[in-house]
Ligand binder design. Structure first.
Ligand SMILES: Cc1ncc(COP(=O)(O)O)c(C=O)c1O
Length: 485
């Protein structure tokens, strides 16, 4: 297929240029009714392609024309039997993957480092998660991903399982060995679903870890908007038909997605795919080069750590790999928190990072960065290092904490049970009724259905006191929803 084609975008442009009179939504009518301030800032043209389902530009709910063609081009390049454009991010994709594949009460083997949208999908469907035990590497300066041996041991221990759900890469760019996992799972008749929110680019450069689709995964969702050229909210879902019921998945997406999808978001997916297919190697090669340049310099700054690919491979005994475009900078050696460094980078140097947690700041280097941006980051960190004299490393505070074996009810049963709220400090022994996360990374510390233990209370309190943004407690961060006894 000719990957330089952009059928949806072309049809949108030609419809906009035809200047037809519109008696349909959106009500701003090609921008004529939009607020003047908005139009002055962004210019008039963007409104002319803010379209709705019309014959010329097809319908996402039932694609037969240019959206179908654009999705087919995406499927061809990613090696899928069917690809879908998503307008509610990977959050919507995770929910659709679960609702389309798992029945109420059905067990699913899943890693505990999932995004909260996976848990909300479980609440929708009522499936029963079985979490794979996680063995944290104590020598790693940030959370690695699950090891192959642990995933395979869990598959062995649960021969009744038909679905395995993984997150790869994790927020820090650490991937699972999907090739080995897919092979082993498929031999047992298990299908593998992957949240690849942070990996839409992996498919397009040989020096990046394997992408989910290249590894033979059955269903993978990616946030095109996070790393490559999609606009915010624009994601893609890729499916292989051997173990996935494609008509059912299409129905579920029709149920869960809006009937008024943004054409601007969908066009950005069409163009992002074209850009990666035609120039991906060059653009990602430059991003990798910039990230490598910066990593070397950051590692030279006294007190900072920034693990490289070889170190991650060694720490995980070759079971994990690293996407080098993610720079996770460990600031413990400065005796400060990642939140403090992130704030100073922002206020004093005009640098905004992707995420901070207690021990780290996380920097995403992408196809949009230039050498000057990375030079500015290195300059700022060097400047901060002169006042933060290296101190001996304090013990790490993991930003993804997984409590094993605390699930007492399915997330759905807990969510739909009568609730009450209690001060966190006196909730020990009760069952959580809501998802509690630190955002980002948005990985739940506590799920509906899990028991709140003293360790959970202590951990949540520690995050709260460190200034983390908590999601799932009340506005004061003091009260927690529990299942009424
Ligand atoms: C691993 C993971 N999955 C899913 C999501 C949600 O993606 P989106 O923001 O595209 O809905 C995120 C967001 O941070 C994430 O980190």
């Amino acid at each position: 297929m000719d990957q330089s084609k952009t059928p949806l975008f072309d049809a949108m442009v030609s419809l906009a240029e035809s200047r037809k009179v519109s008696f349909h939504t959106p009500g701003h009518k090609s921008g004529k009714g939009i607020s003047t301030r908005f139009r002055k800032f962004v210019g008039p043209r963007v409104f002319s392609i803010d379209l709705t389902c019309l014959d010329e530009v097809d319908s996402l709910q039932k694609p037969r024309g240019v959206i179908k063609e654009s999705q087919e081009l995406a499927a061809a390049i990613y090696g899928a039997d069917q690809s879908y454009f998503l307008v509610n991010g990977t959050s919507g994709g995770n929910q659709a993957m679960i609702v389309a594949t798992l029945a109420p009460g059905e067990p699913v083997l899943v890693t505990r480092n999932v995004h909260k949208s996976v848990i909300s999908g479980m609440i929708m469907t009522g499936c029963r998660p079985i979490f794979i035990p996680f063995r944290a590497s104590h020598n790693a300066s940030f959370p690695l991903n699950y090891g192959t041996a642990d995933i395979l041991a869990s598959l062995e221990a649960h021969p009744d399982i038909r679905t395995l759900y993984l997150t790869s890469p994790n927020y820090y760019g650490v991937t699972v060995d999907l090739v080995r996992v897919a092979e082993a799972a498929h031999q047992r008749g298990v299908r593998v679903l992957v949240d690849e929110a942070h990996g839409p680019h992996l498919h397009f450069h040989p020096e990046l870890p394997h992408s989910a689709m290249a590894a033979g995964i059955d269903l993978a969702v990616q946030s095109t908007h996070k790393i490559i050229g999609g606009m915010t909210q624009a994601s893609m879902l890729h499916a292989r038909s051997e173990r996935i019921d494609i008509p059912r998945l299409s129905s579920v997406l029709r149920y869960l997605q809006t009937t008024s999808p943004s054409y601007i978001l969908m066009a950005s997916l069409d163009l992002a795919r074209m850009q990666m297919a035609t120039e991906g190697v060059k653009l990602l090669g430059r991003a990798l080069e910039l990230a490598r340049w910066a990593r070397i310099r950051i590692r030279e700054i006294p007190g900072l750590k920034c693990a490289n690919r070889t170190e991650i491979q060694a720490l995980s005994s070759g079971e994990n790999d690293l996407d080098e475009t993610k720079l996770t900078i460990d600031v413990r050696g400065w005796g400060v928190t990642g939140y403090q460094v992130s704030q100073r980078l922002n206020l004093e140097f005009g640098i905004q990072v992707e995420m901070a947690d207690i021990d780290h700041v996380l920097v995403i280097v992408s196809i949009g960065d230039h050498r000057g941006d990375l030079e500015r980051l290195v300059f700022a960190l060097r400047a901060l290092s002169t006042e933060n004299r290296p101190v001996s490393h304090r013990p790490p505070v993991p930003s993804m904490v997984f409590f094993d074996n605390l699930l007492r009810m399915t997330p759905r049963d807990a969510f739909f049970s009568p609730h009450e709220t209690l001060p966190l400090e006196i909730s020990s022994g009760r069952i959580a009724a809501d998802i509690v996360t630190v955002y980002p990374p948005g990985v739940p510390l506590l799920l509906p259905g899990e028991e709140i233990t003293d360790t959970v209370i202590e951990t949540l309190s520690r995050f709260r006191e460190s200034g983390a943004t908590m999601d799932g407690l009340d506005m004061t961060n003091r009260l927690i929803a529990v299942v009424r006894e």
